[in-house]
Design a binder for this molecule. Structure first.
Ligand SMILES: Cc1cc2nc3c(=O)[nH]c(=O)nc-3n(C[C@H](O)[C@H](O)[C@H](O)COP(=O)(O)OP(=O)(O)OC[C@H]3O[C@@H](n4cnc5c(N)ncnc54)[C@H](O)[C@@H]3O)c2cc1C
Length: 459
C-alpha cells in the first residue's frame, strides 16, 4: 500500500488529500518566504491517528510538518522537504476548563477565537493570553513558539503559562508532561524535570503536541487605555524601565508610523485594568502624575483627545496590529520579531528606519513590552504580494533586520530558516551540539519538520 492509501486508512478519505488545490495552499504561507511543496495533507482527529501517521512516516522516512494556523509568517509550518503536513485544526476540542485552579485543557487545533468565545460564553470571569495575531491561529502553536498575548506584560510570555502537555514523539510513543503524567490533573508542570522545554521553541522538530493545558487569568471588570507620546527616542528605555517598575499594567505597547503624519511620533500605549473602578482610577492617576513629572515634565505628553475609534482598537482583544496585515495594496505582511534588551531600542529604532527606507518601505512599528522588562521589537514590512520586486525587497529588509537584531545582542523570535542559521552561526558550539543531540535522540529518522534548527555542517 502506498503512503497516500495508508494515510486514508488511518484518517479517512475526507481528511487526506494530495490534490493540487490543497497542496498549493499548504505549500506556502502569508509571509514573504519562497513556497515549498507539500506532498500530502492530513487532518487528524485523535491522538491515536497522529501516532499512527508518525509511525508510518518514520517507517517510510517521510517528513512530517505539524501545522496550526500556519500564521507565523516565517514558513515554519511549510514543509522544507515535502512529505506530510499534519493540519492539527481537526483536533479542536476544549476538553476542560477548571474554574477553581484556573487552567484550560485543549487539543492542538483549538484557535484563539474558539477559546476566547468559549470562555466568554461559559466562563466570563476568565481569560487567556491572546496574541494580536489573526483569530484563526492556534493557542497551542502560539505557546510552542513562545508567543505573547494581551496580558503578557503582566503575566509572562505564553509558553510560561503551559501547565501540561500530551505529546506524540517522533518514534510514536505518547508522552505526558507535568502533573498529568502522575494523575489526571493538568494544573502544573512541576516540580518535576521540566520536559516541556523539549518541545517549546523547537518548531515541531521534536514531537507533536496533541493536548496542552495552560493557565487562565481573572478577567478584570474595568479596562481603559492611556496613550502618551514623545519625539525623544532616547527616552524610551527609561520610560519602559520606570513604567514597568510600578507593576500595575495589563498591556504595554509602543507604536509609530511615518504616515499619516499625526502617527509619526512614539506612542506609549498603556492598557490599565482593575477589578474595582477605584483601582482603575488610581492606576490612571498614578501614570498621569508619573509622566507629568518625567524628564523635567515636557518631553512626554498625555494624548487627551484619543479618537474613539482608536481607543476601541487599542482595547479590542486582539488589538490593533492584527489589522496591519492589510494596510497596503496587495495585502502582504512580514516582520522580524526582535526580542531585545530595552537599552538597545533607540539604536534599533533608528537603524530599522534606515533599513526600511533603503528598500522603499515606510516605517511602521508595533512593539510589545515583555516581562523583564524586554521588548518584542517589530520591524514590520507590508508589501504587495503581486509585485515580485516588492517581495524581494521585503526579504532583503527582513534579512538585514534579523542581522541587526543579533548584532544588538537580541534574538529573532519565530525566525525563518535564514534567521535560525544566523542564530546557529553565533551560538556557543556546545549549546548547538546539545540541540543537535536532543533532536537526534528524539527523532532518530530525522522526519520532523526537517530544515529547522538544523546546523549546516551536519554537527
Ligand atoms: C498580523 C499578525 C500579528 C501577529 N501578532 C502576534 C502577537 O501579538 N503575538 C504573537 O505571539 N504572535 C503574533 N503573530 C504571529 C503568529 O501568527 C502567532 O504567534 C500564531 O499564534 C502562531 O500560531 P499558528 O497556529 O499560526 O502557528 P503555525 O504557524 O501553524 O506553527 C508554528 C510552529 O509550530 C509548529 N507546530 C504547530 N502546531 C504544533 C503542534 N501541535 N505540535 C508541535 N509543533 C507544532 C509548526 O510546525 C511551526 O513550526 C502575529 C501574526 C500576524 C500575521
Amino acid at each position: 500500500m502506498g503512503i497516500y492509501e495508508s494515510l486514508i486508512e488511518i484518517a479517512g478519505s475526507d481528511r487526506v488529500s494530495n490534490g493540487p488545490e490543497e497542496l498549493h495552499f499548504y505549500s506556502r504561507d502569508a509571509g514573504a518566504q519562497v513556497p515549498r511543496r507539500a506532498d500530502y495533507v492530513v487532518l487528524p482527529k485523535t491522538t491515536e491517528e497522529v501516532q499512527k501517521i508518525v509511525v508510518l512516516a518514520a517507517g517510510e522516512r517521510v517528513p512530517v510538518t505539524p501545522m496550526g494556523g500556519g500564521f507565523t509568517l516565517s514558513a515554519l509550518a511549510v514543509p522544507n522537504r515535502g512529505g506530510i503536513v499534519l493540519d492539527m485544526k481537526g483536533m479542536d476540542r476544549i476538553l476542560e476548563v477548571n474554574e477553581m485552579s484556573r487552567y484550560a485543557l485543549i487539543e492542538a487545533g483549538v484557535t484563539q477565537a474558539a477559546l476566547r468565545s468559549y470562555l466568554k460564553r461559559n466562563h466570563p470571569d476568565l481569560q487567556h493570553s491572546t496574541p494580536e495575531a489573526p483569530p484563526a491561529v492556534t493557542v497551542v502553536a502560539n505557546a510552542l513558539i513562545q508567543g505573547h498575548g494581551h496580558i503578557s506584560p503582566r503575566y509572562g510570555v505564553n509558553s510560561d503559562m503551559i501547565t501540561g502537555m500530551e505529546v506524540v514523539l517522533p518514534t510514536g510513543e505518547v508522552c505526558k508532561i507535568g502533573s498529568s503524567s502522575l494523575a489526571p490533573t493538568w494544573f502544573t508542570r512541576g516540580p518535576l524535570p521540566d520536559l516541556a522545554g523539549l518541545f517549546v521553541g523547537w518548531y515541531g522538530t521534536t514531537g507533536i503536541v496533541t493536548k496542552l493545558s495552560m493557565r487562565l487569568y481573572p478577567k478584570p471588570k474595568y479596562r481603559d487605555v492611556f496613550v502618551f507620546s514623545t519625539d525623544d527616542i532616547d527616552l524610551i528605555p527609561e520610560v519602559i524601565s520606570e513604567v514597568t517598575r510600578l507593576d500595575l499594567l495589563e498591556d504595554f505597547f509602543l507604536i509609530s508610523q511615518e504616515k499619516p503624519d499625526w502617527m509619526n511620533h512614539c506612542f506609549f500605549v498603556l492598557i490599565l485594568s482593575g477589578h474595582f473602578e477605584k483601582e482603575l482610577v488610581l492606576k490612571r492617576d498614578i501614570y498621569k502624575k508619573f509622566f507629568r513629572g518625567f524628564a523635567g515634565g515636557n518631553k512626554v505628553a498625555f494624548v487627551e483627545d484619543l479618537h474613539p475609534a482608536l481607543r476601541k482598537r487599542f482595547l479590542d482583544v486582539p488589538p490593533l496590529a492584527a489589522l496591519a496585515a492589510d494596510f497596503r495594496k496587495g495585502g502582504g505582511f512580514e516582520y522580524t520579531g526582535a526580542i531585545l534588551p530595552i537599552e538597545k531600542i533607540p539604536e534599533a529604532w533608528r537603524k530599522g528606519i534606515e533599513i526600511m527606507h533603503r528598500y522603499g518601505i515606510l516605517c511602521s512599528y508595533v512593539h510589545q513590552v515583555l516581562p523583564g522588562p524586554g521588548i518584542m521589537f517589530g520591524f514590520n514590512y507590508s508589501f504587495n504580494r503581486a509585485d515580485k520586486k516588492d517581495i524581494e525587497n521585503t526579504r532583503k529588509a527582513l534579512e538585514e533586520s534579523n542581522r541587526l537584531t543579533y548584532e544588538l545582542g537580541g534574538m529573532v523570535w519565530k525566525g525563518e530558516q535564514g534567521a535560525q542559521k544566523m542564530a546557529m552561526d553565533r551560538m556557543d558550539p556546545n549549546t548547538l551540539q546539545l540541540i543537535t543531540r536532543v533532536k537526534r535522540l528524539l527523532d532518530p529518522e530525522g522526519i520532523m519538520n526537517p530544515g529547522n534548527w538544523e546546523p549546516g555542517d551536519g554537527r
